[in-house]
Design a protein. Structure first.
Length: 399
């Protein structure tokens, strides 16, 4: 009898397993609309020119591979705070934002979840219905009970704002509410600035704790406007968690670069909170990897590189917006009866298409078009080379 006989087979990750199936597919015309990475019109996830430039500078100037501090580089903390909150607001909160450099946005979420479970008087984390597939696992594994609030109308394929408001007004004081700061994953349905102000007012009134997953800054409207939500909550004087990622807007997917920001009420609170964040990190991964964070530092600290990087983000966002319009127009021109105009209103890489699980399976098994069972697609995966085939297949399926 083996020691490991009691180990059961874990279910496959619903998204990563589809990517594995895509890679194994020998069809030369296969299309991958499942995995959450940006690709250009050639189907390639590019390395940004500003990233190339910063790596050249780092290669010429690096003198050590020693450990970073537990919470990472102080310079990284300052620069990412300013990107998230804006220079004026970040300065006004000096000494009241605890920042940890983390292995990606996922690492930031897990450190936040561990800190919340270990230090705050709450046992519940509320997730939007639907939300990113990994949210539930992260917060549940940390020991928090996960619950859901209303967010999306599956019939109209748009934000159900009245149901959302009613839902968050009923969340108890002290509970944690996970919100998507922009480019909601998986629906692409975002709140307006006016709506974010209303939500911040509800959080203040009801006493629940906002935690913003901020993975797509710059992919919605622009770098500044996409940061409206964290700035609105901070201005409202609320305790706040923000989990920031640079996988998408800097293309640093494999470098795992993120940040956790915690806005507190005083410098004394900041010291105590930071001490507990350090314990959460020390018992998890000890300290963050340095290279990706050094790239972010180099770009954000140099005015020329930062300007060029913003332009690169603008170009990626423009491509996504143009693809949405091209896809909707091509479906209509092909005579597809279903109205897909809602795709134009959504933001970011992801959209719910309204396709059923059965249709998603048919697309994968019979046409080598890979989308997840929920009907979510990565719009960035649509290119000028595969658009025609994609539309033709959808017309056959939808009529």
């Amino acid at each position: 009898m083996s020691l490991f006989d009691s180990v059961t087979q874990a279910p496959a990750d619903p998204i990563l397993s589809i990517t594995e199936a895509f890679k194994a597919d020998s069809n030369p015309d296969k299309i991958n609309l499942s995995v959450g990475v940006f690709v250009n019109d050639s189907g390639v996830t590019p390395i940004l020119e500003t990233v190339h430039e910063s790596e050249k500078r780092l290669a010429a100037s690096n003198t050590t591979k020693s450990y970073l501090p537990i919470t990472g580089s102080p310079k990284y903390a300052s620069l990412t705070q300013r990107l998230c909150f804006g220079e004026e607001l970040a300065d006004s909160f000096s000494g009241r934002i605890v920042t940890a450099q983390t292995p990606g946005g996922t690492g930031a979420l897990r450190v936040a979840a561990d800190f919340i479970k270990g230090n705050l008087n709450t046992n519940s984390a509320w997730l939007s219905n639907p939300t990113w597939a990994n949210h539930k696992g992260i917060f549940a594994t940390a020991g928090l009970e996960t619950k859901v609030y209303s967010y999306f109308d599956a019939k109209s394929l748009r934000l159900d704002y009245p149901a959302f408001l009613e839902s968050i007004k009923a969340i108890p004081s002290g509970d944690v509410v996970i919100l998507h700061a922009c480019c909601h994953n998986p629906t692409g349905a975002d709140l307006s600035p006016k709506q974010w102000d209303e939500v911040a007012g509800i959080a203040s009134e009801k006493g629940w704790i906002p935690l913003l997953d901020f993975a797509y800054q710059g992919f919605g409207s622009d770098i500044e406007e996409d940061a409206y939500a964290p700035r609105a909550f901070a201005k409202a004087g609320l305790p706040l968690f923000v989990c920031q990622s640079f996988s998408k807007n800097l293309g640093l997917y494999q470098d795992r670069v993120g940040a956790l920001h915690i806005v507190v009420g005083s410098e004394d609170e900041s010291k105590r909170v930071a001490s507990q964040v350090k314990i959460a990190i020390r018992t998890n991964y000890s300290n963050p990897p340095a290279h990706g964070g050094a790239i972010v530092e180099t770009i954000l600290a140099d005015s020329d590189l930062r300007t060029r990087w913003v332009k690169e983000v603008d170009d990626m966002r423009t491509r996504i917006h143009e693809v949405r319009h091209q896809f909707v127009t091509a479906l209509a021109d092909a005579g597809v009866s279903q109205d897909f105009s809602f795709l134009i209103d959504q933001k970011g890489m992801f959209s719910f298409t309204g396709l059923t699980k059965e249709q998603a399976i048919t697309l994968r098994n019979e046409h080598s078009i890979y989308i997840v069972d929920s009907g979510r697609i990565n719009v960035a995966g649509i290119t000028s080379h595969n658009l025609s085939r994609l539309v033709s297949v959808l017309k056959d399926i939808l009529g």
